[in-house]
Design a protein around this ligand. Structure first.
Ligand code: SAM
Length: 241
C-alpha cells in the first residue's frame, strides 16, 4: 500500500515537472499577461516582508524562472546570497540567463533539487520563500517542514500562493475569469489545453487563508499571519522559526 502511494506521488511529480518543462518558454509572458502584471508586485511585496537585511542569505524554493529570487537579491544586496532551487532544469536555465542579464550572477545561484529533500544544512538561511510553488509539490507538509529546517531560529518562512478572493462581487467575476477565460488564453498562447486547466484545478484544491495558516502553525511555525493581496486572489503567509 505504502509503495503504491509512493509510486502515485512519483508519477504526479513527473507530470508536474513535464508540465513546467513544456510551459517554460512562455511562462514569464503568460504570468504577466494573465495577472495583468500584478505578479510583479506580489513577489516584490513578498521579498520586502522576508525580514531580511543587506548581507543576509535566503532560499527561494520552486524558484522557476527566478523572479522572486531577483526581488530578494534587491533586498539582500551585493553582499547577500540568494539560492533558487527548482526541479525543472528548463525553468532554471531561463533563471540563470535572466540573472546574467540583470548582473545578478554573483548574488543569485540556481540549483536543481527537490523541495521535499532540500540539499542544505539546518539553519543555513535567514529566510526561505516559495511563490506559486507549494500548490505544485506533492507533499505540502514535507515542503514546509524542509523550509522550516533550513531557516535559522528567528528567521521567516514565506508562502506566496493563489488563494480565495474575499470581496463578494469581485470573487464571482474572478472565478469566471479563472475557470473559463484564463484556460482559454493559456491554450491560445501555449497551444496546450491541459496546462491551463491544471492552474484553476490546483488553486481551487489548495487550502484557503485560514486553513493554510493553521497548518503552518501545526507544523511548528510561530506567529503565523497572512496578508491578502489584490482582494485575496493571492495571499502571503508568514511564519517564524
Ligand atoms: C508556478 S511555478 C512558480 C515559479 C516561481 N516561483 C514564480 O514565482 O513564478 C512552480 C515551480 O515549482 C517547481 N516545482 C514543483 N514541484 C517541485 C519540487 N518538488 N521540487 C522543486 N521544484 C518544484 C516547478 O518546476 C515550477 O518551476
Amino acid at each position: 500500500m505504502a509503495e503504491e502511494k509512493e509510486a502515485a506521488l512519483e508519477e504526479r511529480e513527473r507530470y508536474v515537472q513535464d508540465l513546467f518543462r513544456r510551459v517554460a518558454p512562455t511562462y514569464d509572458f503568460l504570468n504577466r499577461l494573465l495577472s495583468f502584471r500584478r505578479d510583479v508586485a506580489w513577489r516584490r511585496y513578498t521579498a520586502r516582508q522576508a525580514g531580511l537585511r543587506p548581507g543576509d542569505s535566503v532560499l527561494d524554493v520552486a524558484t522557476g524562472t527566478g523572479d522572486l529570487a531577483f526581488e530578494l537579491a534587491a533586498v539582500v544586496g551585493p553582499s547577500g546570497r540568494v539560492v533558487g532551487l527548482d526541479f525543472t532544469e528548463e525553468m532554471l536555465a531561463l533563471a540563470r540567463r535572466k540573472a546574467d542579464k540583470l548582473g545578478l550572477g554573483g548574488v543569485c545561484r540556481f540549483v536543481q533539487g527537490n523541495a521535499l529533500h532540500l540539499p542544505f544544512a539546518d539553519g543555513e538561511f535567514d529566510a526561505a520563500t516559495i511563490a506559486f510553488g507549494l500548490r505544485n509539490v506533492v507533499d505540502r507538509d514535507r515542503c514546509l517542514l524542509e523550509m522550516r529546517r533550513v531557516v535559522r531560529p528567528g528567521g521567516r518562512v514565506l508562502v506566496l500562493e493563489f488563494s480565495r478572493p474575499v470581496w463578494p462581487v469581485f470573487r464571482e467575476v474572478y472565478l469566471i475569469y479563472f475557470r473559463y477565460i484564463l484556460p482559454l488564453i493559456g491554450r491560445l498562447v501555449q497551444g496546450d489545453a491541459d496546462t491551463y486547466r491544471y492552474l484553476p484545478e490546483t488553486v481551487l484544491a489548495f487550502p484557503d487563508q485560514e486553513a493554510l495558516a493553521a497548518r503552518m502553525h501545526e507544523l511548528g511555525l510561530r506567529n503565523v499571519r497572512y496578508h491578502n493581496l489584490t482582494g485575496g486572489i493571492c495571499c502571503l503567509h508568514i511564519g517564524e522559526v
